[in-house]
Design a binder for this molecule. Structure first.
Ligand code: ADP
Ligand code: MG
Length: 202
């Protein structure tokens, strides 16, 4: 369970987030929609525990993982090594299985620069799920992919979530993505941003 009770977040004198309160249950996908610059990534960083400079309280499970817009792979490590380095308990066989789940087992020994952006994103997804996350945070992970690849990635993410059932917080500015993946859609609006609509399941 992720539990968010933010009262305020400011950058210097600029208020970015106001009252933002919601929970995400295990297996549930909550999507946060809102225009660029509204505070979505700021919210995710607070939820992930990367940013602790805010008023309020957030509780989250121990095994939490994030997937960003950039795949953020280590360039001098192979796809398989990008998984095993992040998860010290993960064997080569475990990494291969995780890569197979995202359809790129045959790329295990290639370096990120030898992979397409779509394939790099698959590695990033495999890395996230290889840790059996209890909480998953996705920050616009399908941005700047062509529509067919974005759609494939979305289907893949849906399957992985259905298997691992983490509490998932998914940020996007794409309405269609939000509706497809979400059990619940939250809309950030205003300055400081608050939740404008809480509801509207997919
Ligand atoms: P979104 O992800 O919705 O596009 P962000 O959360 O990245 O928006 O940013 C929300 C607002 O906070 C923006 O106005 C941005 O300029 C500002 N902001 C984000 N990070 C910082 C920072 N480290 N310092 C100052 N302002 C920031
Ligand atoms: Mg952002």
């Amino acid at each position: 369970m992720i539990s968010v009770r933010i009262a305020a977040k400011v950058f210097g004198a600029t208020p970015v987030l106001g009252d933002v309160a919601f929970d995400v249950a295990p297996g549930e996908v909550v999507t946060v929609l809102g225009p660029s610059g509204i505070g979505k990534s700021t919210l995710l960083r607070i939820v992930a525990g990367i940013d602790r400079d805010f008023a309020g309280a957030v509780t989250r499970p121990e095994r939490l993982t994030m997937v960003f817009q950039e795949p953020m792979l280590l360039p001098w490590r192979t796809a398989a090594e990008n998984l095993t380095l992040v998860h010290p308990g993960l064997s080569r066989a475990g990494a291969m299985e995780a890569l197979a789940q995202v359809g790129i087992a045959d790329k295990a020994d290639l370096f990120p620069r030898q992979l397409s952006l779509g394939q790099q994103r698959r590695v990033a997804l495999a890395r996230a799920f290889a840790g059996a996350p209890q909480a998953l945070i996705l920050d616009e992970p399908f941005a700047s992919l062509d529509p067919a690849t974005a759609d494939e990635m979305l289907a893949l993410t849906e399957r992985l979530i259905a298997g691992a059932r983490p509490a998932t917080l998914f940020v996007t500015h794409a309405e269609a993505e939000a509706r497809r993946l979400a059990s619940r859609v939250l809309r950030l609006a205003g300055r400081p941003a608050t939740i404008a609509t809480n509801g509207g399941g997919a």
